[in-house]
Design a protein around this ligand. Structure first.
Ligand SMILES: NC(=O)CCC(=O)C(=O)O
Length: 273
């Protein structure tokens, strides 16, 4: 599988419309890739909280339309990163006001069909920002890609290994993680991406943003890690396309040769203390 991660520069001097068109063009350039991955909330910026409501879209909105067309034109599977999704009015409480916001990832097939959506489960910000503006997703998601099952997660999810174990138990061999990770915690990003790969004996494709928005410098350094924890490719801090060929049989070989996943002991009782 050939995968291309497009580490998009998200800066306030570019309009959302311009960035959407520019990114669609970049996706169209990835002819020959099997899978293209974009970062978290690249239309608006993961930390541009004050713009979330104004830039919220439906699953048939302008970003989804542009990405569906780009996936079709390039003939690629496209994990289009995430958008601020405006959910349906009245969901989930039945209230009459506008629908809730979600941080929702979109996965398109090469014919431009929206195959999967994943609403980010772990919202970032503690008691502010995304954590209060967005509603949490509740459903882990996998998708069958050519030759491998992908497990979907988003940015802050990377810190929660139990989600990845669920994905692996559902068959995931490839963990796809769009992000908008800040530069000041770049060491965590790299460390956690490698940890998730090693402990799950899976490929990790983690695609972040570049640039600075809402005063938060982004880490860049998108990274592809193999099931042994080796870094196959890593971007620098700026906008960049990272293309890498994955040997998908390596997942099964790693799990057979070093069967740590098999040796899990499940259902342990609560610790005695
Ligand atoms: N957008 C995010 O989820 C940011 C996560 C982050 O900054 C961190 O986990 O650190």
């Amino acid at each position: 599988m050939r995968a291309s991660l497009i580490q998009i520069g998200v800066d306030p001097d570019e309009s959302v419309e311009n960035r959407r068109a520019r990114v669609a063009g970049l996706v169209r350039e990835q002819v020959g890739a099997d899978l293209v991955v974009l970062p978290e909330l690249w239309p608006v910026g993961a930390f541009a909280y004050e713009s979330f409501a104004a830039e919220a879209e439906s699953l048939g909105g302008p970003t989804a339309q542009a990405m569906a067309a780009a996936a079709r034109d390039a003939g690629v599977w496209l994990h289009a990163g995430s958008i601020v999704e405006r959910g349906v009015r009245g969901e989930p409480t039945g209230a009459a006001e506008e629908g809730p916001l979600y941080n929702t990832s979109l996965l398109f097939s090469p014919d431009g069909r929206l195959e999967r959506t994943y609403r980010k489960i772990h919202r970032f910000g503690f008691d502010q920002g995304e954590a209060v503006l967005m509603s949490a997703g509740a459903d882990p998601v996998t998708a069958q890609l050519p030759g491998a099952v992908a497990g979907l997660a988003t940015c802050y999810d990377l810190r929660f290994p139990e989600l990845f174990r669920l994905l692996v138990d559902a068959g995931a061999q490839l963990l796809v993680i769009p992000a908008g990770w800040p530069a000041r915690r770049r060491e965590h990003w790299t460390l956690l991406a490698r940890a998730r790969a090693v402990e799950n004996q899976a490929y990790v494709l983690a695609c972040g943003t570049a640039g600075t928005h809402a005063g938060v410098e982004q880490a860049g350094h998108s990274i592809v890690v193999d099931p042994w924890g080796e870094v196959l490719a890593e971007a620098g801090p700026g906008e960049q396309v990272l293309t890498v060929d994955l040997d998908l049989d390596r997942v099964a070989r790693t799990r057979a040769d070093f069967p740590a996943l098999r040796d899990r002991v499940l259902g342990l009782p609560a610790p005695r203390g």
